[in-house]
Design a protein around this ligand. Structure first.
Ligand SMILES: [Ca+2]
Ligand SMILES: [Ca+2]
Ligand SMILES: [Ca+2]
Ligand SMILES: [Ca+2]
Length: 366
């Protein structure tokens, strides 16, 4: 179900009458694009043009959701939490009981499933800036007092990082392009480089280019140093474009994969980018729409690694913060292993930050 959140703002505002309860906070997780959980207070959540909201509660419970322009931690007590959004200014965009969001088509679907899950995606042209504060109530006989609340999210729509860059990158199916860094060096795992290779299969390598279209953890660890915003088999020869740009003012090199399809897939677009910080040696990756072969690709690998066989296997969940441990550790998620999840980085931004000084590991992820 996809609906513009702006249309939700037009609904009639009514203040709910919910009793205070003493439920179990862990029963009410509320994540947006995979961020947030059952924390007791508000979460600041940045999105990039779209949001997928997921509620976890008791199965068969009714979901009530609202957005308000203001919020304050420690509002009206309800269950084991508090209603932090401003009820007097709230717009209810879904209500399983029907009363607070009358005639809303979402209401008919606003019931947690057998696993206690309920989710909804909003993909629309959202304005950049703070969209509002979103919080859910969950009503069901399993909750002491009948109703619980999730924590609130303060949702900010950030501008997409992956705007097209000035210079054409490699445009062949399995191709590579050497790029000379004009204004300094890029230090990566302690080695300073004056050039890099943009590989059309979603990654950047040092020392030499790489046209390998089958990503594996073993190759990632053994071969040349690599930055992989999304190592997979892409076909910029079919559609989309790979571009890059060096900006001396910000000291960055940006590589953008814009709407490139997965190999042999139709109707599939993938937009993502990597930004290399020439000063601090950090790497920021951002993912927008990620079709990944309409979900059929099974060999996506994301992350950074020193190559050369100097790192042990270190497959981590990239959607969670990672503190960084050893200076030579590769930091990546091999989605082929499905240890944590299918690809879940769309509409996210992650920074790989060198904790040992400019361009020197250990690299943390946040
Ligand atoms: Ca391979
Ligand atoms: Ca390819
Ligand atoms: Ca693939
Ligand atoms: Ca994950």
């Amino acid at each position: 179900m996809k609906i513009a959140i702006t249309s939700l703002m037009l609904l009639v505002v009514t203040v709910p009458a919910m009793a205070q309860t003493t439920g179990t906070p862990l029963y009410n997780d509320f994540t947006i694009n995979g961020t947030g959980s059952s924390m007791p207070s508000m979460v600041a959540t940045n999105i990039q043009g779209g949001l997928s909201m997921e509620i976890s509660g008791l199965s068969g419970s009714g979901v009530i959701g609202a957005i308000s322009p203001t919020a304050a931690i420690g509002g009206v007590p309800l269950g084991s939490g508090t209603v932090d959004i401003s009820l007097g200014q709230a717009t209810f965009f879904v209500d399983a009981t029907g009363g607070l969001a009358p005639n809303n088509p979402w209401n008919a679907f606003a019931q947690t499933d057998a696993n206690g899950q309920w989710s909804v995606a909003v993909n629309a042209s959202l304005p950049v800036g703070v969209l509002g504060h979103i919080q859910y109530g969950i009503a069901g006989p399993g909750y002491p007092g009948g109703t619980e609340v999730t924590q609130a999210h303060t949702v900010t729509n950030t501008a997409l990082l992956c705007a097209g860059a000035a210079n054409p990158g490699p445009n062949g199916d399995d191709s590579t392009l050497q790029v000379l860094i004009q204004n300094g060096l890029f230090t990566f795992y302690g080695t300073a480089y004056s050039d890099l290779w943009i590989n059309s299969n979603g990654n950047i390598t040092f020392v030499a280019g790489d046209t390998d279209f089958t990503s594996t953890e073993a190759e990632f660890l053994a071969n040349n140093p690599r930055i992989a915003p999304c190592w997979d088999d892409f076909s910029p020869n079919v559609a989309g474009a790979i571009t890059y740009q060096e900006d001396p003012a910000t000291g960055t090199v940006t590589v953008v994969f814009n709407a490139v399809p997965h190999f042999a897939s139709t109707g599939d677009a993938n937009t993502f980018c990597a930004i290399l910080d020439l000063v601090a040696g950090g790497i920021t990756m951002s993912w927008d729409t990620m079709g990944l072969g309409l979900g059929l690709s099974v060999d996506t690998l994301v992350g950074i690694g020193p190559g050369g066989g100097i790192s042990p296997a270190n497959n981590i969940d990239l959607s969670a913060p990672f503190p960084g441990i050893n200076a030579t550790d590769a930091v990546y998620e091999d989605f082929a292993q499905l240890i944590y999840s299918p690809f879940d980085l769309a509409l996210q931004t992650k920074t790989f930050f060198p904790g040992g000084g400019p361009g020197t590991g250990p690299y943390s992820v946040f």
